[in-house]
Design a binder for this molecule. Structure first.
Ligand code: ARG
Length: 271
């Protein structure tokens, strides 16, 4: 009998050790999850928080803006905790594609080129490119970037690097731009606007709502007519993550129906 007990004890130790390595039992906390985000329970959003009213850092040091609030509402619907990473605009798509961030949300325009690298959610806002110039500038429209003979004047245009404004205006004259030689790229929209205030560039091309916001917070600037076609803003998701894309689109549809998207937009944009 004594021997039997001993064998039983040894057997139990063996089983327990084996279980430890094989993760026996229902809840080891390490079982393969069916999480639709990179880290279970979290929604990591990459943005470039120098783009008011879509994303900016408020006076209290917290992220704020339309995208920040909509992302918060989506996360809430999906039962996830929102984490925001502020990075260069040009590195957002690569980061989403490379599995570093769950989503990219940055007043980001859907383009055919970007669609090769990421999926886009349904669009939740639109924008157009606007021209900002100093008040009293000789430039009063896009046409004023050109001489009578169609050549580009001796001017410099500031843009935020890698944005659609940059892409369009840096293109050749034949393709509707002024050529890269006439463009100076800045890290943020605010840097481009500060260069304009300092007289380093003759104009800035940026999305219309941020343009309004920058003109309101910097003296002596004014906005000219919108240029180029309407753009659609959407959320970038990894090409392989169809489940997250669907969850986001469902959440967006619900939020739209509930009037929440309009509510957030109305809080920041009064037209
Ligand atoms: N809509 C433009 C684009 O997609 C500009 C977006 C810039 N966004 C930002 N958060 N800085 O290229």
């Amino acid at each position: 009998m004594k021997k039997f007990t001993k064998v039983l004890a040894i057997l139990m130790v063996i089983t327990m050790t084996a279980c430890l390595f094989a993760s026996c039992g229902a809840n080891t906390g390490k079982e393969k999850s069916d999480s639709i985000t990179i880290t279970e329970g979290k929604l990591v959003m990459a943005t470039n928080a120098s783009f008011p009213p879509y994303e900016f850092v408020g006076d209290d040091g917290e992220f704020a803006g339309i995208d920040v609030e909509i992302a918060g509402l989506i996360a809430e619907k999906l039962g996830l905790e929102l984490e925001i990473v502020d990075t260069e605009f040009g590195s957002i798509i690569g980061g989403v594609q490379g599995g570093k961030y769950d989503i990219g949300m940055a007043g980001m325009t859907v383009t055919e080129e970007r669609k090769k690298s990421v999926n886009f959610s349904d669009s939740y806002a639109t924008g157009v490119q606007a021209i900002i110039v100093p008040e009293g500038s000789d430039i009063t429209s896009f046409d004023d970037f050109f001489n009578e003979d169609g050549s580009v004047k001796d001017i410099k245009i500031g843009v935020q690097q890698d944005t659609t404004g940059d892409i369009y205006v840096s293109d050749t004259v034949e393709n509707g731009g002024v050529g890269a030689d006439h463009v100076i790229q800045y890290k943020t929209g605010n840097d481009a606007v500060q260069a304009l205030v300092a007289g380093k560039v003759n104009a800035v091309i940026i999305d219309n709502e941020p343009a309004k916001s920058y003109v309101a917070s910097n003296e002596g600037l004014t906005i000219l007519d919108a240029v180029y076609t309407e753009e659609h803003y959407a959320i970038a998701v990894n090409l392989d993550n169809a489940a997250l894309l669907e969850a986001i689109n469902n959440a967006l549809a619900e939020l739209t129906q509930e009037g929440k998207i309009a509510e957030v937009v109305g809080k920041y944009i009064s037209d």
